[in-house]
Every structure is written in C-alpha cells, then in structure tokens.
Design a protein around this ligand. Sequence first.
Ligand SMILES: C[S@@+](CC[C@H](N)C(=O)[O-])C[C@H]1O[C@@H](n2cnc3c(N)ncnc32)[C@H](O)[C@@H]1O
Length: 262
Amino acid sequence: MTTAATSARSVLAQRFKQRLKPFMPAWVLKFHRDRLIRREDSLYEGKSLGEVFTHVYKTGAWGVADDQSGFYSGSSSHDPKIVEPYVKAVTDYLRALPEPPAVVDLGCGDFNVGKRIRAVCGRYIGCDVVDAAIQSNRTRFSQLDVDFRCVDITTDPLPPGDIVFLRQVLDHLDNARIATVLSKLAPYKVLILTEYLPQSVNFTPNLDKAIGSHLRLFGPMPSGLVLTAPPFNLQVRSARILCEVPDSGGVIRTIAYELPGH
Ligand SMILES: C[S@@+](CC[C@H](N)C(=O)[O-])C[C@H]1O[C@@H](n2cnc3c(N)ncnc32)[C@H](O)[C@@H]1O
C-alpha cells in the first residue's frame, strides 16, 4: 500500500475514533493511548521534529479537521469549552497592557486559537516546525497580517517579541529539548504557557517522556510540566494563573510568567 493510502486509511480510522470517543469507557481510551505511546516511542526515534510532527498531523493523531485545511491541532485547540475561556483570559490580559505587545507564538499549529487573539496583539509572528502547516496558515490567514515562519524552536534562533506563547507545545517534547527552548526565552518579557496538568496536587512534575503526540498526563505515572520546578528551575519574577479548564481527567492551566531582566 502507498504512503498516501496508508495516511488516508489512518485519517479515516481517526475520524471514526473521534466520533466514538465520547462513548468509550475510560479503560478503552487508556488502552488505545498506551498503544499509541509505545508505537510512537519506536517510530520517532532518530527522526527530526519536522518529520515527527508532520507524521502526527498526517495520521490524524490529534484528530481530523472538518474543513479541507488538512491540519488539526487537537480538540483542546477547537473545543469551545476549552478555547473560549482561554481566549477571554488572554485577551483580558493583553488588553490591560499599556500597548498591544509584539508576540511570538511558538508552535502555533493550525492557528485556530491564535487567530482569536491576533486582534489584541501588535506584530504577530507564528512559528511551527511543520512547514506544510505554516504554508497552509499563510494562505488561510492571509488577511490577519501574521508573519508565519517555519522554525524548529529547539534548534533555530527564536524571533524577537515582547510576549512569547507556548500553548500545548512543550509537553510533546522530551526534557532535554524543553530545557533548550527555555534557555532561549530570556529576551521576552512574559511567557504565556498553557499545558495539561494532573488534577491531583500530589503528582511528580516534569517526568521525562519521548517526543510525540501524547502527553505526560497519560504516561505510566500521570505528570505535567511545572517549569519553575526541577530539572528546569525556570527563573521568573512573577507567575499568575490566567485560566484553568478541566479536561480529560486533568486540567489545562494557562500561566503568565514575567521573566527576569526587563
Ligand atoms: C498540540 S499542537 C498546539 C498548537 C497551538 N499552539 C494550539 O494551542 O492550538 C503542538 C504544535 O507544536 C508544534 N511543535 C512541536 N515541536 C515543535 C518545535 N520544536 N518547533 C516548532 N513547533 C513545534 C507542532 O508541530 C504542533 O503544531
């Protein structure tokens, strides 16, 4: 079977699963997630991040777009119950600043979220490691005056700006790559970070994992990223929770970190 036929088949399978998901018992979802994690761990070894996330999109691992865009960054980038509180909280935060900030959106994905906050920002640079997603965004959002760039945030220099967004990007990377990204954030005044965390307060943060579509929340020990904790120990001037939305047995937390030195 050709690669195109394989991708089409897995997209159809994903679309089918997406419809069934709300009716599946928790143990079935867990079984599927565990299988996905095992498969990805071996499949992506030695691959570039561009290849990994191109494959994630092609196979519909985060779900499948209803439109013809071909890129779908996941239900947490589309579900109004998740997206609307985020957009409101971030919009309120940005509007309260003395002037619209220049923003850099690292891992902007299908830009379904970014497009909703674009109007309250000054210059907007959207970066992603998947070149085809960036090209699609350039076409689909040509009216929005966004500078879309294909950037691997772990290896390339990061564009300048006042505020940097990292929304559900770092959790898809291993700890070594996360540390590399964090070492490049000092030029920004504020980091707005959004990630899934376990709901219990007694979890061990920052457990390492392989790169891929899956989250630390669904690892053998549920975990999530707390950048101010070891091994990252991100230095911040202040941390303010902008919003928290429960989902998939965890919570999606958005925090504004003021970074030191500004
Ligand atoms: C789950 S999606 C989130 C997209 C968007 N931030 C949102 O919230 O809708 C994660 C995105 O991060 C991108 N990504 C992962 N690693 C990256 C890297 N090293 N450099 C740039 N983008 C990356 C993926 O290609 C994907 O588009």
